[in-house]
Design a protein around this ligand. Structure first.
Ligand code: MG
Length: 450
């Protein structure tokens, strides 16, 4: 008989100084923790349950049930099929996470309105706290790292990219949708997560990350304009790591008023394109988020200057162009596109703020012939989620739209902090291994990368 062990620490959530809830561990036992609070905002929290196959044989399905006090309800869940009867909640595996190798684990997440924690928990009908005894002793060594889903690195599989119609094609002419994450503003990282090769290969192998965006801050104190040597070194480290790991890398001039420093941008991209433009890994992004300024008179001339500098030394790598209003007005850009080849256009969304009306702008741009790349998004308010709230059904509508249109994406952002869009929780090692350090919208982002 295949048994499951659900390990519980159904304990009182406490708050660290950073505002992230943790769960106090129950006395040590052979069982490992199951329920944890990964984010807490006073009148609600984000929970996570980890299901572990504690047998020596694979399992092909699982089902977790628990009750909440009537004052608390589950409002959203992901990575599981949720059914609800009164205060009784049942979560069953979805197609991709039902099969677990011996010793392997998977997690699902949910949002609770209220502060009550689960009781009467069972997994496949057995008590979470105890469960049926394992038929064999639990493994004493960690399970091996899950191998990549297909052979070869992303760049080995797809090679040199190009724009084909309104989407992206790989070296064989097949349409490709890259998915990955953005760094934090490199000048504001709390630790050098984006510059770490071990972390990058771990994300590639465990999250199916195919592309990382190096968001090189330009204008703030300590960023490129005031310390160009430091910023350039960070970017070149990330490029070189991406080459080693075989993933794509976006070089992002992370600025809001880049037209005021056009000569610096031209020099920067001209130099990097000369030295790295022969590599299939590299994608250029010369202007993160222009403000509400003229496309035709301000932003487009800037892009033409930078694209000219790139194309003088790199004839083919993709360039992704920022658009007015924090990279939302792709419809405006589509009325007067930049001349050149392998050019794409940036659309950014934050799902608590942006919905169908912004997707309509994207649809209009695609109808006009533009190829789009979402180089930033979050399941949060447009401020990145200062309130800690996640809008997952709304984000799912965007995920579906991007998939339907073959639009590649990188989610905001690889750092520790209390915002919804900070992917990591306090204590996350700089070298990766973040299964127990996902924060905010990270479980949703990771599930959609896989
Ligand atoms: Mg090239």
């Amino acid at each position: 008989m295949r048994t499951l062990r659900l390990v519980t620490t159904l304990a009182v959530a406490g708050l660290l100084a950073g505002g992230v809830a943790v769960v106090a561990a129950t006395p040590a036992s052979a069982a490992t923790a199951v329920f944890s609070v990964t984010n807490n905002w006073g009148n609600g929290y984000q929970g996570q349950v980890t299901v572990t196959n504690d047998t020596s044989a694979p399992i092909t399905s699982w089902r977790v049930e628990f009750d909440l006090p009537s004052s608390s309800t589950v409002s959203q869940s992901w990575n599981a099929q949720q059914t609800t009867s009164g205060s009784h909640y049942t979560f069953a595996n979805v197609s991709w996470n039902g099969t677990l190798a011996a010793g392997a684990s998977t997690s699902f997440g949910f949002l609770v309105n209220g502060t009550g924690t689960p009781v009467n928990c069972t997994v496949n009908g057995a008590s979470c706290a105890g469960g049926p005894p394992p038929t064999t002793p639990p493994p004493t060594t960690p399970p091996p790292t899950t191998p990549p889903p297909t052979t070869g690195t992303p760049v080995e599989r797809h090679g040199q990219l190009r724009v084909c119609g309104t989407t992206m094609c790989d070296k064989s002419g097949a349409r490709v949708q890259l998915r990955g994450i953005s760094s934090m503003w490199l000048n504001w990282e709390t630790a050098p997560y984006a510059e770490n090769l071990s972390a990058l290969t771990w994300m590639r192998d465990n999250w199916n990350l195919q592309v990382i965006r190096a968001a090189m801050g330009v204008e703030p104190a300590g960023a490129y304009l005031s310390d160009p040597a430091k910023a350039r070194a960070q970017v070149e480290t990330i490029i070189n790591n991406a080459v080693t790991a075989g993933v794509y890398v976006i070089v992002d001039w992370h600025a809001h008023e880049a037209q005021n420093n056009q000569s610096q941008a031209v020099a920067f991209f001209g130099d990097l394109a000369r030295r790295y433009g022969h590599l299939p890994n590299v994608i250029w992004e010369p202007y993160n988020e222009p403000l509400q300024v003229s496309w035709t008179n301000v932003i487009k001339p800037y892009h033409q200057a930078v694209v000219s500098a790139i194309r003088a030394v790199d004839p083919d790598n993709i360039v992704v162009l920022g658009t007015p209003t924090w990279s939302q007005d792709v419809d405006v850009a589509s009325a007067s596109p930049v001349t050149g080849t392998n050019l794409m256009y940036t659309l950014h969304f934050y799902s608590c703020t942006h919905g169908a009306s912004l997707r309509a702008k994207g649809d209009a741009a695609i109808r006009a012939g533009l190829a789009l790349f979402v180089t930033e998004w979050g399941a949060s308010n447009a401020d990145g989620g200062l309130d800690g709230r996640a809008c997952l059904p709304e984000a799912q509508s965007w995920i579906d739209w991007m998939k339907a249109n073959g639009i590649s994406w990188t989610a905001w952002k690889l750092d520790v902090g209390t915002d919804t869009t900070n992917l990591l929780s306090p204590g996350a090692p700089v070298t990766g291994g973040w299964t127990n350090y996902l924060h905010g919208h990270a479980p949703f982002v990771v599930a959609n990368m896989r």
